[in-house]
Design a protein around this ligand. Structure first.
Ligand SMILES: O=P(O)(O)OC[C@H]1O[C@H](O[C@H]2O[C@H](CO)[C@@H](O)[C@H](O)[C@H]2O)[C@H](O)[C@@H](O)[C@@H]1O
Length: 243
């Protein structure tokens, strides 16, 4: 799979995943850092692309808006929550079953040192990055809890999540691309995780392209960058040919 040409962003819309794409994977969700240079880079891209920059993340939308520190649209919770740059947050009702899911995940984590529970507005994630031996048990529990609660099971890097359904990163791409300013342009979507595959498919269907971040794998993306540093470098060098 080839590296994306710098001109890929010319006249396009830029849709960005967060963890593992814009910021390095860290030991815990709270440990990620957004350097000021990244915020400035997002601002420069926003200017060069006449505002056609959005983030699409599995994290809560507002949390990523605050971390990025630049006013762009952020779709959160894997595509079902919208923190707009220019209007109020749009979020569905929190599934009542999440309380029970969280309680059972927390009880499990109390017995498994290193396992972390992440509470989100529309989901509950069980992280085993710091307890790899607990992987199979975490996957079993998340699968059972999602099924019993009528929630969607979401795979991720060293985590498994039970979340509200009704959308994914593909529907998020389509929704953003219907926004004024974005509509009629080509979406270029960058992501590293399995949750990003639906975004790659949607971007291609709209005449754009997906860029996989990380090692080669079976993917709907047509281009690849090896890591976060390469993403930041490619984005910075693309500005010169888009402005
Ligand atoms: O769609 P993304 O923006 O890539 O979000 C996907 C998940 O990212 C976070 O978890 C991942 O990153 C953590 C920090 O680097 C890491 O510790 C964890 O192992 C990864 O799975 C976030 O915590 C999740 O809520 C997101 O769904």
């Amino acid at each position: 799979m080839r590296e994306p040409p710098r001109a890929l962003l010319r006249d396009a819309s830029l849709l960005l995943d967060f963890d593992g794409t814009l910021v390095e994977i860290a030991a815990t969700p709270e440990a990620v850092r957004v350097p000021v240079e990244l915020t400035q880079l997002i601002g420069r891209l926003h200017d060069a692309l006449d505002g056609r920059v959005a983030l699409i993340t599995g994290r809560p939308a507002r949390a990523v808006s605050e971390l990025i520190g630049y006013p762009v649209h952020v779709v959160g919770s894997h595509g079902v929550e919208f923190a707009w740059a220019d209007r109020p947050l749009e979020v569905m009702e929190r599934p009542a079953a999440l309380d029970e899911v969280l309680a059972r995940m927390r009880a499990f984590a109390a017995d498994h040192p290193g396992v972390l529970v992440e509470e989100k507005p529309l989901g509950a994630a069980l992280h085993f990055r710091n307890a790899p031996a607990a992987e199979a048990a975490c996957l079993d529990l998340a699968t059972t809890l999602a099924r019993e609660a009528g929630l969607q099971l979401q795979a991720g890097k060293m985590m498994s999540e039970a979340r509200a359904g009704g959308g994914d990163k593909g529907s998020a791409v389509r929704r953003i691309m219907a926004e004024p300013g974005f509509a009629g342009t080509r979406p270029v979507f960058l992501g590293d995780d399995v949750t990003d595959e639906a975004g790659f498919v949607a971007a291609a269907a709209l005449g754009g392209a997906g860029i996989l971040v990380g090692d080669p794998r079976e993917t709907a993306a047509t281009h690849r960058l090896p890591d976060v540093a390469a993403v930041r470098g490619w984005l910075a060098s693309s500005i010169e040919v888009t402005a």
